[in-house]
Design a protein around this ligand. Structure first.
Ligand SMILES: [Zn+2]
Ligand SMILES: [Zn+2]
Ligand SMILES: [Zn+2]
Length: 332
């Protein structure tokens, strides 16, 4: 019998469908879709193909030339424009504003064939550090209320270039999914005077059934009500609302845990395409007490279809206890 489970933060329902139960091997889709590129604009030596960099960590050379380890550039085809005033108006009921925002690309390595799973942990840490530096800079722009950092890996997950990269979008509004988490966390806090994510960390470490791995600062879990098979959350053990305010050693721990988790997914699920997002508190909201930043990884193994669009809840063929067990037992 399928089971309906409710996410304790957002109240979102999912159906864990045991009838449709799938072992990891059953997901073996044709997800190896090499992205063909004539000239990769993100490779070292091709700096002229991108807009001018806003940040780089370098071994040698100077801005917009070779010699970098991590490079951040504005997106050539931005979803939102960085120039201009924020102008909010509407027609009666209908709200609109002009598309002000920042859209940047974090080129994670000069090596076209590398990945966060295979790069040294120190190189992954540099990428996280670049995220942090860009957030701290963009946060000063009063037009923005939220910054989303995300990564699409593989064509099926929406990546259009094969070179390892992630993206950052600064928005003049707070996205709906973040709103839902914030309101859920606030409700829990008002009721129990505790952070719901801290409660989840404590309970998961206690029962261990959904824990994938753990280090000094982070725990990787399959959430209780996952939307997608093998959805994984990396939760900091220490309470903190904002990713960019974490102490330095946490980035090092996160880098090791992120690399480890992606390696486990690669081995168990044959290098699946995936989306990765960082959820952090909006700048404009005093969410320090009740919100708890975290990172979510969603391997792209199933398709979102009519039922999901129609209901806002998801059918997941792999229970989180099983997913955690599979990932936990991978030899890394
Ligand atoms: Zn490249
Ligand atoms: Zn917390
Ligand atoms: Zn989240």
């Amino acid at each position: 019998m399928p089971e309906l489970r409710k996410d304790p933060i957002t109240g979102r329902w999912v159906i864990i469908s045991t009838e449709r139960r799938k072992r990891p091997s059953a997901f073996r889709l044709n997800y190896v879709e090499p992205l063909d590129e004539v000239v990769c604009p993100f490779c070292e030596g091709h700096e002229e193909y991108t807009p001018r960099e806003v940040l780089s960590y370098r071994r040698s050379g100077s801005a917009n030339g070779p010699g970098w380890d991590v490079r951040v550039v504005p997106n050539k085809f931005p979803a939102l424009e960085v120039e201009g005033h924020l102008d909010r108006q509407g027609e009666g009921l209908f709200d609109k504003m002009n598309g002000v925002g920042a859209h940047e690309v974090i080129i994670e390595t000069p090596d076209h064939t590398a990945s966060l799973a295979t790069m040294p942990a120190a190189a992954v840490e540099r990428v996280l550090w670049a995220y942090r530096e860009r957030v701290l800079d963009l946060k000063q722009d009063t037009r923005f209320r939220y910054i989303l950092i995300f990564k699409n890996h593989g064509a099926a997950a929406g990546a259009s270039l094969g070179h390892p990269h992630s993206q950052l979008i600064a928005l003049p509004v707070i996205p709906r999914n973040v709103r839902d988490e914030i309101s859920g966390a606030r409700r829990h806090y008002e009721h129990k005077e505790r952070c719901v994510y801290c409660d989840i960390v404590r309970q998961e470490l206690d029962s261990r059934v959904r824990v994938i791995s753990e280090n000094a600062d982070f725990v990787a879990v399959s959430p209780y009500a996952p939307r997608f098979p093998f959805e994984t959350w990396l939760l900091p053990k220490r309470h903190g609302a904002n990713f960019e305010d974490a102490p330095r050693h946490e980035y090092e721990s996160l880098a090791r845990m992120l690399k480890d988790t992606l390696l486990r997914m690669n081995r168990a699920l044959e290098s699946p395409p995936f989306n990765l997002i960082i959820h952090s508190a909006p700048f404009t909201e005093a969410a320090g007490e009740y919100y708890h930043w975290h990172l979510e990884i969603m391997p792209k193994l199933t398709k979102v279809a009519g039922f999901e669009w129609g209901t806002g809840f998801y059918i997941n063929p792999t229970g989180p206890e099983e997913a955690a067990e599979v990932l936990r037992e991978v030899n890394v």
